[in-house]
Write a protein that binds this ligand. Structure first.
Ligand code: TYD
Ligand code: MG
Length: 463
């Protein structure tokens, strides 16, 4: 054990010991284990050094408690990036002194997005982009491709956290981009970059810097095969905001989703399109997601879903075909597979469709994920429409939640959903009966239903 006298009143004991740490969940064990008893993953334990610090502090050096009523409630001025889709997911811009983690699959466009954000922020303040993955020449090529013309944007290729902190102290930027946290290392620790201990230690140092100097730090993090941030959950707890950048690699749309936000609402989404010269904001997503909709095709239904604070019109497609194997297949993209199974059970039992022995495929167009129950009725209508090979009434939006007894439950924010549909030129709407009281005037033909059976009779009536 090392004992250091840092000053007269402060004594620090630093103890170094070796432990085995699960790289999936951070569980520690004094000996090596083949299987982690906490997260059940195999071969994830690696040896790492741990520092235990015992600090005895002089009382006068501590932060003194203050009364909440004495706090000055002045909202800190946020740094607005000017990329409105990005500002929205942050809750109206980046808060000074905050740590923002951006996770996403490799190649989805994290570096591209953050370089564009850095360039945009550098119009008002000094910004530094720290890359541990690309060389200066590679970043140069990328910035040329993105037509970046910024005078206050510094670039440095560095992975050593102490060197990075000294750059930050010299330049004192208002915003910092770290690309990526898995490449950063702390000299005092004998573990490989990307290990839990390295990630935690480097993030803690960045966090202290951010809080002390009021700098906003954006951290890029990689995602594991399972879709969670590599190294992990610990990182999500430490930062103020967690954003996920998602999308199908082979499609051009990208969705930035808030998972945690200490300074704004979660469930917020920002939509971008990857073009030849970087990411472009999609300010009117409804227009792109229902663009190619052909109304007279069985199995296609338009739904108005609320994503965060705004309504988006999206097309849901279903295909129901006779099964060729013993077990019918259920495949979904963009909606929960279990929810589709439940809706099919309700269709079978309450509507009397013999759909259970058929294969069913449900897809949300454009790579959007629909998680709210208000899309249930649209899924059920698309399935029934494909099963009966009958198209849905043309130019109609379908909204409603389905209960297990086959009833249609009311949904929230019906007015905003219908307003968006109206704006996009949709002329008809099928909504839950219970929602009709809350509806103000609307320039559409409104159809209501209180049971799934009734709703399908209305939606699949011949035009
Ligand atoms: P990148 O930002 O490097 O992804 P990440 O940092 O998440 O790994 O993005 C790489 C992909 O984006 C690559 O497949 C090429 C594509 N791309 C474009 O289509 N247009 C562009 O202007 C840029 C810079 C990249
Ligand atoms: Mg990258």
């Amino acid at each position: 054990m090392n004992t250091k006298n840092i000053c007269d009143k402060e004594v620090v004991f630093i103890k170094v010991k070796k432990v085995f740490v699960c790289q999936e969940c951070g569980n520690k064990s004094p000996k090596w284990l083949g299987k982690c008893p906490v997260c059940n993953s195999w071969n994830t334990f690696t040896e790492e050094q741990m520092f235990t610090k015992h600090t005895v502090l002089d009382n006068s050096a501590l932060n003194q408690p203050v009364l909440i009523s004495d706090l000055a409630f002045s909202e800190q001025r946020r740094h607005v990036t000017g990329i409105s889709e990005f500002d929205r997911v942050l809750g109206g811009g980046a808060v000074p002194g905050s740590l923002v983690l951006i996770g996403g699959d490799p190649g989805i466009g994290k570096s591209t997005l953050l370089l564009q954000v850095a360039a945009s922020l550098s119009k008002q303040n000094k910004v530094i982009y720290i890359s541990g993955e690309e060389s200066l020449a590679q970043i140069g090529i990328r910035s040329k491709r993105l037509h970046i013309d910024a005078t206050n944007l510094y670039i440095v290729c560095e992975t050593d956290i102490e060197a990075i902190l000294s750059h930050l102290k010299n330049i004192s930027p208002k915003a910092v981009i770290i690309d990526s946290i898995q490449t950063m290392t702390c000299r005092d620790i004998n573990s490989v970059p990307g290990s839990i201990v390295q990630i935690r230690e480097t993030t803690i140092r960045l966090m202290h810097y951010a809080k002390k100097y009021g700098t906003c730090i954006f951290i890029i993090g990689h995602v594991t095969k399972e879709g969670t941030l590599a190294g992990p959950k610990i990182l999500e707890h430490m930062v103020d905001t967690v954003l996920y950048f998602e999308g199908e690699r082979h499609q051009s749309f990208r969705i930035l989703r808030t998972v945690k936000n200490r300074f704004g609402s979660t469930n917020e989404v920002g939509i971008f399109e990857m073009c030849d010269s970087g990411l472009k904001e999609v300010l009117n997503p409804s227009s792109v997601f229902i663009e190619q909709n052909k109304f007279d095709v069985p199995g296609s239904v338009i739904v108005a879903s609320i994503e965060g604070t705004r309504p988006i019109l999206v097309e849901i497609q279903a295909l129901v075909t006779p099964t060729s194997f013993g077990m019918p297949r259920r495949m979904t993209a963009g909606v929960d597979q279990n929810r589709v199974a439940l809706i099919m059970a309700v269709l079978e039992k309450r509507v009397g469709l013999n759909i259970a022995s058929f294969d069913a495929y449900v897809n949300v167009v454009g790579g959007v994920k629909l998680l709210e129950p208000a899309v249930d009725l649209a899924i059920a209508t698309a399935l029934a429409s494909s099963f009966k090979d009958k198209p849905v009434l043309d130019n109609m939006v379908v909204i409603g939640e389905i209960g297990l007894t086959g009833e249609i439950r009311q949904v929230s924010a019906i007015q905003r959903r219908l307003k968006e549909a109206c704006k996009m030129g949709i002329k008809k709407a099928l909504i839950p009966s219970m929602n009709i009281d809350k509806l103000l005037e609307c320039d559409m033909d409104i159809y209501t239903a209180d049971t799934l059976k009734h709703a399908l009779e209305v939606a699949l009536k011949t035009n």
